[in-house]
Structure formats: structure tokens, C-alpha cells
Design a protein around this ligand. Sequence first.
Ligand code: PLP
Length: 512
Amino acid sequence: MSEPIIYELGAPGRRAAHLPELDVPQADLPPASLLREEIDLPEVSEVDLIRHFTRLSRMNYGVDVGFYPLGSCTMKYNPKVNEEAARLPGFVFTHPYQPEESVQGNLQLMYELQEFLKALSGFEAVSLQPAAGAHGELTGILMIRAYHLSRGDKKRKIILIPDSAHGTNPASTTMAGFEMVELKSDERGNVDLDDLRAHLNENVAGMMLTNPNTLGLFDENVVEICHLVHKAGGLMYGDGANFNALMGIAKPAELGFDVMHFNLHKTFSTPHGGGGPGSGPVGASHLLADFLPGPIVVAEKCVFDLLTGERCGDIDYESVDEEDEKYVRGAYYKLEMPPQSIGRVKSFYGHFNVMIKAYTYIRMLGAQGLLESSLAAVLNANYLQSLLKEIYPLPYDRPCMHEFVLEGKIEGAPEVRALDISKRLIDYGFHPPTNYFPLIVPEALMIEPTETESKSTLDQFAEAMRKIAQEARENPQLLHDAPVTTPVGRLDEVRAARQLILRWQPESKESS
Ligand SMILES: Cc1ncc(COP(=O)(O)O)c(C=O)c1O
């Protein structure tokens, strides 16, 4: 029997809290015509209320509960120190309308984050405005458009995108008014160079390439690809969602990219997905830096009075030395619009709270730590790939970067699908990998272990995958019925999509 939920537990008069005596005049309720009767809120005791929310919280699965090998949209390590930093009162209580001089600390953090991202990627400038990866893509493509138009080149209407790309790539390109043309991948999972050459002409505005791509493979021809696209007059957009494989190892600007977004909520350990909100800063080379969305934060050298902390606009920076007892050299941070900016893409400062978390992570690890993080992500993925390719087909069998893609097919169990394997993993206590993406791999299972998992966790996961393959051969129905250990079993996904019910209703109302 399922446990009653809180709406069924209520009884008139039960209370979870007691309000103090009024110390202000009593106000009337709004007129009855404005009050909704159908809300029907339960009246419950404190014990019922606490049990309800505690029970719900225990139904959640997240990175703080267990292994979460979701590829591409990875839920990574979310260090608790990030949350502490983001909750510091000095950050929490600033208001976006405050004057610039009163938010110097916040602006300094944003400036330094821009500088860190520049150093890691090799780009000339970074804007922190976009709110997510897909938003960064739209922003970068609009910059490419603005660049061509600024040169009077109006005929470039095409963006080339490989068939392994994330769905947001064609979506953002189309939204920016371009026609997207798909490129084939070759048998090693790289962009097919012949197909690229065949599609390059004076109508191509640029190409959007994810590197490492969504197969978790570093495109072995990336430098050649950038060169070919540039030679045809196009620009290279880098989807940097997988930058967690490259930090401290390769700089996208040096590979030939002109503009790229970072997923702070993926590479730099800030919560993602339902843990929301994201942040998708965009970096640009010298060709596109002037087109970045603004405002971006710039630092102006200046002198401060040591006693009052006031900025002394009339004192020359060079005239103050380290020993000075009255003044100290520093920086004043200001917001500036790049000269040919495409404008704002987000109100105020972008998602500042996410920036604090990414900044904290970068400061915590330092340059060496970030490099080690990427190396560990790649090592973990290759270790797990080597274990699992013995059990499941690996369509592109070569060393991977931070993730890899298997086929969810089991010899001797033809009726078992990737979805069945994923659902059965839940019964073994693991979050499923990404299913059915990228589209070029049939029954795709995309697995990203991330840098933080131990060898023993990876071994346990591989063991569960091995047992599932065995179960599939011996008793496939077990997999079709999975999950069987969760509060809700296998959903009818078609019905769930067509008749979406997002809140609880009594049975009689639900069916109406
Ligand atoms: C390869 C790739 N590109 C783009 C995105 C889109 O990023 P976001 O979900 O932040 O919009 C993702 C998602 O993680 C991704 O994996």
C-alpha cells in the first residue's frame, strides 16, 4: 500500500506553526471574488509536514547520493564551498541597480573570472552575459552574423554542423536566422573532411564544432577543419560544453576557433539541470572580440587613499610605490560595452550567483588543479570504457576524452534496448547514462564518469552493467519491468508526454 501523501493527511484545525499575536492592525482579506476556492490546502501538524518533505527528499537522486554518469549534460561534483561562497551576505544582499562604485567586489570577481576563462581558452576577450550553453551558442552565432554584415558580406547564410552535434546547435543556429547544413562523421568519429570540403563555399558563414565531440572524441583534424573554414571566409564557433576535457591541455583559440561558449554549470562545478540556473560565457578571438555582448567588466588602474579607502582620481598611478604610507595602487572596475557589441543578451549582470561558484572552483583548484581535473576526467572515462567495451559494443573504438558512447545492445538478447538497460541500472542504485544521443549511434548509451569518481565506484558500475547484460540473456522481462525498486515504476513515456500532470490531484479530478 502506498503511503498517504500530505494532501490526504490534512484535517481541519491541525497546525504546523503558530503565528504570534498581531502587532500591526488587522487587514481585511481581498474580496471573496478574488479568492480561489479550489486550492484546498491541507491543514497538517508539524510532524506530518516534516515527514512529507523528508520523504520527498529521500526520493531524489543526485550527485550527493550516488554515481551520476550522465554524458554531455553531466551533473558534476558540486563542492559545498561553492554554496558557502555564493551565500556570503556581501554577495547575497547586493542589488543589480546599485551604483558601480558600491559593487566593486562583485565586479572584481567578474573581471577575474573573465581573465581566468581567457587564460584557459586563449581568447582575447570574454563576456559573462549568456545564461546557459545554448544561449552562448545563439550569442556566438549572432556575433558571426554581425561580423559578416560589418564587412558588407550579406550572402553568408549557412552554418555547417556535424551530425554528432548536440540538439541545441541546430536550434540556436536556426534561431539566429541561418540555414544549417549537416556534415557527416567519418568512421573514426571525426568530421568527414571530404564532406566538409564539398560544402564550403562563399555562402558559408561558419561552422559550429564541439570538440571533444559528443562521442567523447577529440577531432583529430580540428586544426585542418578550422583552416579550411577560414580559407572559405567562414568563422569557427566552438561548442565548449566539453571543455572539462581540455583545461590546461589545449586552448581552443590556438586550435583555430574564433568564438566559443563555456558551460560554467558543467566544466566549473556549478549545479546543472534541475539544480539550475546555468551560465554560458562566450570567449572571442581578436576578430570577434568587439562584437561580444555587453557590458563586460574592465579594470582601470587607479590609486586609493589607505585611510579612507576612497579612490583618488587626481593622483597618478605611477607616482605611488609599494612603500607609500598614504596611498595604495589598485584597480577600479567598470562596465563597458564592446565597440561593435551585438548588445545585451541578458538583463543586468547575467547569472552572478553561478559565476561566484565557478570562480570559487577555479580559485580552489588553481591552474595545476584544473589540469589535473581534466586529466582525471579523461583517465576515468578511458578506464570505464576499457571495462565496458568487453560487454557492450563500442562503435568508435579508440581512446576517448571525458566521455564515451556505447551501443545499448546485448548479444543473445535482441529484444533488450538501451532504455531497458538504463532503467535496470536504477535498481542497482545508479543514475542512468544519457540515452539515444548522439543520434548517429543506434541505442546510444553515453557515459561520462567525471573526474571525481573513485576506481571502486567505476568498478561497481561496470559490474552492474555486466550483471545487467547477463540478466538480459537469462530473463529479459526483468529489464523490461525495471525499475522495480523505486516509488514509481516504468512510466508510459508517450502518455506522460501527452498528458503531462505536474501536480497531485485527487484521483477523481486527475481523470477528468
Ligand atoms: C555538447 C553540448 N552542447 C550544448 C549544450 C547546451 O548547454 P546548456 O544545457 O547549458 O544550454 C550541452 C548541454 O550540456 C552539451 O552537452
